[in-house]
Design a binder for this molecule. Sequence first.
Ligand code: 0X9
Ligand code: ZN
Length: 599
Amino acid sequence: MTRGRTFVFLMALFVASGAFAAIDFSAYHTPEQVDAELAALATANPAIAQRVSIGNSVEGRPIWALKISDNVASDEPDEGDVIIVALHHAREWVAAEAGLFMAEYLVEHFSDPELSDCLANLEVWVVPVANPDGYLHTTTDYRYWRKNRRDNGDGTFGVDLNRNYAFQWGEGVGLDPEGSAYSVDDTYWGSAAFSEPETMALRDFIQGLDHPRALLSFHTYGEIFLRPWSYTSADPPGESTLALLAQNSIDRISAVHGHTYQETIWYRAFGEMTDYFWHERRLAGFTAELRPTGTLDLAGFSPPASQILPAAEENLPAVLSLLKDAGCRRLWIKDHAADSGSEPSSVWLGDHWSEPFWTSPDIWTEPEALVEGETVTLHVRVHNDGPMASGASVQAFFTDPRIALEFPSLTSTLIGQVTVDLPPGDTVVDFSWEVPTGTNSWGEYHWCVGALVSHPEDRPLTTLIEKTSNLGGRNFQTVQALASQFLAVAATNFLGVDAEFRVTIDPATLPAGWEVVVPPLPPRTPSRKARLLRVEGPVLRPGETVMQPLRVRIAPGSPATTGTIQVNGVLIPLVAGVRSPVGNGYTYEVRPEQAPEPP
Ligand code: 0X9
Ligand code: ZN
């Protein structure tokens, strides 16, 4: 008892003395001071903070990141990554200060109970100065320098790093401020996309992370919180998800000092950072234009130093909320039978996905048979691992899986949306779904349903099923309202291993007097593995396709002249141990063209 108390007391003393090295934000830091503070944070907190260089600037200066994580010295491939980057633009000093502020806050508050759970699942990377050469230039030569310090070879210097990314690079009319073709301009886009070592370093660094979940880029000024797209005012894929996240940040920022950040800026930007990462990998990225408000006046880049703390402080809750969404799963929908809510639930292994993330058992219909144009009940089961989640939103969409397997997407259709209280455990939410008529873009009767759960304490950060636990997806086979009695089930082995093909028909789905005949396929010589595993059905090599004909026999005098038949065609991979099937059911509506033959 006494020993325990002494121990706790000593721990408290240790934490307090070991970690307390408050950075002074009453004045702007010089570039050297920012670097030194970052190094000091790492030195004072070696277990959770490490300073790493992600590359060098065009003049050879290191671009520093502070990595904040448990077991900071080792790469933990299961953990998600959140990136906070500042000072793409040299003169935007408040942005670098805010970056440093966030780095210090996360290090000092790493063990706060409300933070530690989420941080334990994350690696947070803070890059307070993406443009070290430009930053130095603003302290030695010209306070309002914006670009990096590339020698353009024509007497001009500098490329706008936030116009140098490879999505929509060099598009538009090519004039300042959208992105300029003229090297003298402040928004010169550079000689090529990623021509600059600074943008290349950020690209390679972020693309090299295990699981980037969120990106925040600090700029000044204007008090604006921007989301993709920057290059157009048209909606990006996943607009509602991005808007939800941005609005949440704006609300949280506003709650601190009453400064309500705007959602849009007055011009477009081509080749911009957050556009690139949303386009490239649906990494949610936001641009926060910090204090003060206003536009056009250069003085806005150097507000009095007394503005640093309030500017940083008011953005802190937005950062913490983003970390929570990135690191703390609470509400989730399965992506496949074995999914336990981890993110990602499936990874691309070069030629196939590790798990079939389009087979959520949490999404199903009643009846199971999906005849085009008919209305069915769509069930969505949501798991809540946390306390009661009141006012959660559950949405269901369908989409053409050959166009995009993401929700929402530009081509997804909302089936319905409900607001529900989700107690701990499982809740099933019902929607009414009119099964789409006709085929998808590949001519198949094949559609994907996506279900999305969202709550103020747990939001999706992306639109990809496998990358967020808030989303589940399930592919469905639909059927033409008029179909033949000569049926066939085709299957292709998209797995990386041999797989057994099995067709089953649920007799319960057959009308009285109906029978489905499954003629045996031509015999094949079973492989040694197939014999060992006692496989009965035909075995498909990876990439191989099989066509199984079926015949519907209707007994004379059967009362039903039309009926719906549920046929399951599954692939069972030839692996040792418990083998679980992959694939989905086919549903046929059968309307015999001729009357049943007389006896
Ligand atoms: O122009 C930029 O790069 C950013 N503004 S700043 O004043 N800091 O230079 C804005 C980037 C995002 N831009 C748009 N959505 N237009
Ligand atoms: Zn900027």
